[in-house]
Design a protein around this ligand. Sequence first.
Ligand code: ZN
Ligand code: ZN
Length: 356
Amino acid sequence: MSNFSDSFTHHSGAMHLHTTNSDGGVELTDLVSAARSLELDYIVVTDHMSLTARKLGHEGFYDNLFVSIGYEHNDSNNTNHYLALGVPRIASEKADPQKYIDQIKGMGGYGFLAHPMEQRHYFKQLPPYPWTDWSVSGFDGIELWNQMSDWVENLKRLRSFIRIFFPRRFMSNAPPALLQKWDELGRQRFIAAVGGVDAHSHSVNWGLIHFTLFPVKVELKGIRTHLFLPRALREMSGKQAGAALVTALRDGRGFISNFRRGEARTAEIYLQTAQGELLPPGAVKRNRQLTPATLHVQVPEKATIRLIRNGVCVAARSGMSEAFGINDTGLYRVEVYKGKHAWIYSNHFPVGNYPL
Ligand SMILES: [Zn+2]
Ligand SMILES: [Zn+2]
């Protein structure tokens, strides 16, 4: 029996959200009221090249909801999108991604490569915006699962309009090539993963058909990023909470879920060391001896729980709770599937000496 929930508070949130401050379809106030009605603990707004909402003082608590305001940087070709959090202003560089990564870090911010492996080429109204320069260093994480990308990728198999009217039903998984890349990069240094919504509540007009893609409440019922924090954000001041939130995202202190497959706010994924210490997913001090340990997974509904070590699935069991013995060093993570659809991806648990 664990007391993980006594030591860490679960925070369920949505990030990579656009508003009318760039090309999103909703006002910040509507986004905030939708997030509050869904009892999210935080949202992260990242308008394209805009920190207007932050400058207007809109970052902070709205009752128990914390609203963090970063922005999405892009280069002059509109590729290499980068989610910048915890920054006071927009980076000036527009050409070289390495330079804006460095500028954002220089301002004390953190950054995540946004939808880095978008590939679609078949839907000209919705072109891909991939990350093209993988020689870069110094970024803090990647957006592993992007709700908008996943949905649009599925349109290539469009057989009926049902996919458009029920967008969440067809979200399936994070891109396998990106998972592989993340598992490789993570063996060099810790790379956090986040999930992004990135829907824009667009209005679409196709002849007689007129509808809104991803109405705001639907937007927030998809990909979520969950964090385990030693102290609840709502017990902090706005300033402290802002810093604690972006630090936890940078350190990968949790997991990503697709709400469409199930509410995951009671899920627990953590490592228990032989000394009884409980560790959430995420970065640990290098060269720390953690083996032997047990990786505990608990989910609120029956599912397939998969243990991944260095990019390879080493165990898969069906159930609501599992305890995997961890005796070898390696870069571990957990995936939880409902049938053929991914439900949860944990962040990495780096166990042992790094680099491997
Ligand atoms: Zn983008
Ligand atoms: Zn975006």
